[in-house]
Write a protein that binds this ligand. Structure first.
Ligand SMILES: NC(=O)c1ccc[n+]([C@@H]2O[C@H](COP(=O)([O-])OP(=O)(O)OC[C@H]3O[C@@H](n4cnc5c(N)ncnc54)[C@H](OP(=O)(O)O)[C@@H]3O)[C@@H](O)[C@H]2O)c1
Length: 281
């Protein structure tokens, strides 16, 4: 089986493809429609969007027009980081489903534990209230799984130790790339059967000119992006590369090679010299 269609199993038994297609900073309309259509043609079966990206409608149109059955695509969208109430969560979820024109999503996740303008501020009580709504959405069947994004270990523990918890988050989507692998969060997630998704797996392009990675990529006769994505998968984490150029979309779907243990160790020991990580663990 090609890597692009292999799956990780979430803590409720749902299968999630190991590689997702990211749509951040992809303009609504033709740009998103084309990117998602190309991704589906190239073999991706996991599309990641968010209400905040304002492109859910175009993602939905591409999904409806594609020659791929709905049940064969894993669709994930996100609750805006600014929404921190039960009713607000319900209303935002309804609006995302309507924009996507879908009966259900495969994954609905909280975009961040804090509103973007207050990054790092504490919203523990509100996040539990939001999670109450997420659990009800899950139980309604309109989201096949629910999870979080940008949650650090303390944010996860806030939900995991809550006496109202009936549904454990299935995923935590965090910034993760070679040199920035957020060991503390990953440890907490794995200990609680939460699958980690890697956003900005190419450091939003920052890894492309990395000379150490270029040397290793040449050894495997692959490109730096392919090496960087394969590294994430072999760490048991699901990368969400984003690309608008069709050549990039296709190249990033070719991940059927194996990085040996020694090179994995070398890559796991690399440190991000550019410090492109606004969200720490
Ligand atoms: N949860 C969150 O808070 C959060 C935050 C950030 C991102 N995300 C998710 O993660 C996804 C990916 O992160 P990201 O958008 O930061 O970027 P990324 O995937 O790390 O990097 C994307 C950049 O790399 C380029 N690129 C991709 N493949 C390439 C290739 N094979 N060769 C050369 N260049 C290549 C793209 O160019 P072109 O586009 O020109 O092809 C684009 O400039 C987002 O789209 C979003 O879905 C989530």
């Amino acid at each position: 089986m090609a890597t692009i269609t292999e799956t990780f199993t979430l803590n409720n038994g749902l299968k999630m493809p190991k590689v997702g297609f990211g749509t951040w900073q992809t303009r609504p309309g033709k740009e998103t429609y084309d990117a998602v259509s190309n991704a589906l043609k190239a073999g991706y079966r996991f599309i990641d969007t968010a209400k905040a990206y304002r492109n859910e409608k175009s993602v939905g149109e591409a999904l409806h027009d594609a020659d791929v059955a709905r049940e064969d695509v894993f669709v994930q969208t996100k609750l805006p980081a600014e929404t921190k109430s039960y009713d607000g969560t319900m209303a935002d979820f309804d609006s995302s489903l309507a924009a996507l024109d879908l009966d259900y999503v495969d994954s609905y996740i909280i975009h961040a534990p804090w509103p973007w303008a207050q990054m790092g501020s504490n919203h523990d009580a509100e996040n539990r209230e939001v999670w109450r709504a997420m659990q009800d959405i899950y139980k309604s069947g309109r989201a096949k799984s629910v999870g979080v994004s940008n949650f650090n270990s303390a944010d996860l523990e806030n939900l995991l130790t809550w006496d109202g918890l009936t549904v454990t988050p299935a995923v935590d989507q965090i910034q993760y790339y070679v040199g920035h692998t957020q060991a503390t969060i990953v440890r907490t997630a794995k200990a609680n059967q939460i699958v980690v998704q890697a956003y900005s797996p190419l450091a939003t392009g920052g890894l492309l000119a990395n000379a150490d990675l270029a040397k290793l990529a040449a050894k495997y006769q692959v490109s730096v992006p392919q090496l960087a994505l394969r590294f994430i998968i072999q760490n048991g984490v699901a990368p969400l590369p984003k690309a608008r150029a069709m050549a990039h979309v296709e190249a990033n779907a070719q991940l059927d090679f194996e990085i040996d243990d020694q090179d994995m160790a070398t890559m796991n020991a690399m440190v991000d010299r550019d410090s492109y990580h606004p969200v720490g663990d």
